[in-house]
Design a binder for this molecule. Structure first.
Ligand SMILES: C[S@@+](CC[C@H](N)C(=O)[O-])C[C@H]1O[C@@H](n2cnc3c(N)ncnc32)[C@H](O)[C@@H]1O
Length: 261
């Protein structure tokens, strides 16, 4: 279960990669757009604002996130649907698929990206961004605490892990083989956060969610305290701020023009 309020605590920081991703989309006047894993819909609305003539559909499987999104509906222009983005199918060919910070939650990236590519119109574009903090101290902290014998069995293979995002070149090869020209890049955002334990707060809105769901109330408190103290050591506050580096991968794939004879 997603908690929209917890997720939205860092709405500004989380929106910047989306804006950076969309700034690299150069498709001409897309008519039909899908935002896959749209969450609360506030970024989907930015797609509507960027291309007001298009029909934009945000798709997500979380009722908690969609509760916010549905309030933004503009019939025929900005709509939302509850579905699994790994199996959702668009009746109309899509000129643009955007997926921001969602694909890492899905297992078979080859199958899903192949499926999404088949829903695109002949000149369609696919734009994806994923957080990639799986080799950072935040992941080490989660893994160390998850391995604790108190809950290791319950938490085995739950949630995100080191292979949730593959090396960026893997996506480039996959999409190239599917007939796309790919613009791919990775960068690290240094989020400057305030508060008692802001990295713990950040992760409670995303990566820790499925783990906490498996634990009882008392276990949760102990688990959060153990992860929290490791995070405070890994990301120490100084002068009232905590710097949280967040690596992210991006790729924008457009269909290769057929070569002239
Ligand atoms: C980190 S949030 C990102 C939300 C939004 N794209 C943004 O950038 O603010 C990830 C979203 O992906 C959705 N999600 C994860 N797996 C999904 C699936 N299999 N089908 C549909 N939505 C999924 C979650 O419900 C959540 O709203």
């Amino acid at each position: 279960m997603w908690n929209a309020a917890q997720y939205l605590k860092f709405a500004d920081e989380r929106s910047r990669p989306f804006v950076d991703l969309v700034s690299h989309v150069h498709c001409q006047d897309p008519q039909v757009i899908a935002d896959l894993g749209c969450g609360t819909g506030s970024l989907t609305r930015m797609l509507h604002e960027r291309w007001p003539e298009a029909r934009v559909t945000g798709v997500d499987n979380s009722p908690e996130m969609l509760e916010h999104a549905f309030r933004l509906t503009i019939p025929g222009r900005l709509e939302f649907a509850q579905a699994d983005i790994a199996t959702w199918f668009s009746e109309a060919p899509l000129d643009l698929i955007v997926s921001n910070a969602a694909l890492q939650w899905i297992h078979d990236h080859a199958a899903v990206l192949t499926r999404w590519s088949k829903m695109l119109s002949p000149a369609g574009t696919l734009a994806v961004q994923m957080p990639n903090r799986f080799q950072t101290p935040s992941q080490t902290a989660i893994e160390e605490v998850t391995a604790d014998s108190r809950w290791a069995t319950k938490l085995h293979k739950v949630g995100l892990h080191r292979d949730s995002v593959k090396p960026l070149s893997w996506y480039v090869h996959l999409l190239h083989d599917l007939g796309f020209e790919v613009n791919a890049w990775e960068t690290s955002y240094l989020h400057v956060l305030t508060g008692e334990n802001p990295v713990l707060d950040w992760l409670k809105g995303t990566a820790l969610r499925p783990l906490l769901e498996r634990l009882h109330e008392e276990e949760r408190t102990e688990f959060l305290s153990a992860v929290g103290s490791r995070l405070k050591t890994a990301y120490p506050a100084r002068g009232g701020i905590t710097v949280f580096p967040m690596p992210r991968v991006f790729f924008v794939a457009s269909r290769l023009e057929p070569e002239d004879d």
